[in-house]
Design a protein around this ligand. Structure first.
Ligand code: ZN
Ligand code: ZN
Length: 180
C-alpha cells in the first residue's frame, strides 16, 4: 500500500518536511535534524530526488532548512565546501555553531543575527575580516595604512597620529574652536 499525504512516514509525515527544535529539517529515515538534509540522505544510500520521491515530497522541495537557505541565497551555493561551510556543517547544534563564530569574531553575540554571523564567518574565512584603526583605543573603521581617516589625516598633516589626543566628532568643521 502506498503512503498518502499526511500519513506517518518514518520519523516524519508523508509529503511534508518537519522542522526540528534547532531549525533544521528532520530526516524521515533516521530522525536526525539536519540543516542540509539533501546531503544527509546520501548517508542512507539515496539521492535527494530518491528521498523526495520516497517520502512524497514535490520535486522542487528544498531539502535545506529555511535558515540555511537564507544564508545560501545571499552568499551563493558555491560557498558549499568552503572552510566556513565545513564549520557550519560540523557544528551540528546551532548553539555550538554560534559560540564558535563568536569566538572566531571575538565580539558579543547578537542573538538575532544568526544570518549575519554566518556572513561574517564567511568573510573572515575569506580573509576579508573587517579592519579597524590600529591606534590604541580608537576603534574607528580602517581607511588606509592601518589607520582610520582621522588618524591618517593627522599623520599626513602633522607627521604623528597624536594618539593621546582624542578624536572628536567633526561638528564645526574648519574654523571651529580647538580644545584647550
Ligand atoms: Zn537520516
Ligand atoms: Zn583612528
Amino acid at each position: 500500500m502506498t503512503l498518502q499525504y499526511g500519513d506517518p512516514d518514518g520519523h516524519g509525515v508523508h509529503g511534508q518536511l518537519t522542522t526540528g527544535a534547532d531549525g533544521g529539517l528532520i530526516c524521515h529515515e533516521c530522525g536526525a535534524e539536519r540543516q542540509f538534509l539533501g546531503r544527509h540522505v546520501r548517508e542512507h544510500g539515496m539521492s535527494a530526488d530518491q528521498y523526495r520521491e520516497r517520502h512524497g515530497l514535490g520535486r522542487a522541495t528544498r531539502l535545506v532548512s529555511a535558515r540555511l537557505h537564507a544564508t545560501l541565497s545571499t552568499k551563493g551555493l558555491e560557498r558549499v565546501g568552503s572552510p566556513a561551510w565545513a564549520r557550519f556543517e560540523a557544528a551540528r547544534d546551532p548553539d555550538a555553531a554560534r559560540e564558535e563564530a563568536r569566538q572566531a569574531l571575538k565580539e558579543p553575540l547578537r542573538p538575532q543575527s544568526v544570518q549575519s554571523w554566518t556572513k561574517e564567518a564567511l568573510a573572515a574565512a575569506q580573509g576579508r575580516k573587517k579592519r579597524f584603526c590600529e591606534v590604541p583605543g580608537c576603534g574607528r573603521p580602517h581607511a588606509a595604512n592601518g589607520l582610520c581617516r582621522t588618524h591618517r589625516e593627522r599623520l599626513k598633516r602633522t607627521g604623528d597620529v597624536q594618539a593621546h589626543i582624542p578624536v572628536r566628532p567633526r561638528k564645526g568643521g574648519p574654523g571651529s574652536k580647538k580644545e584647550s
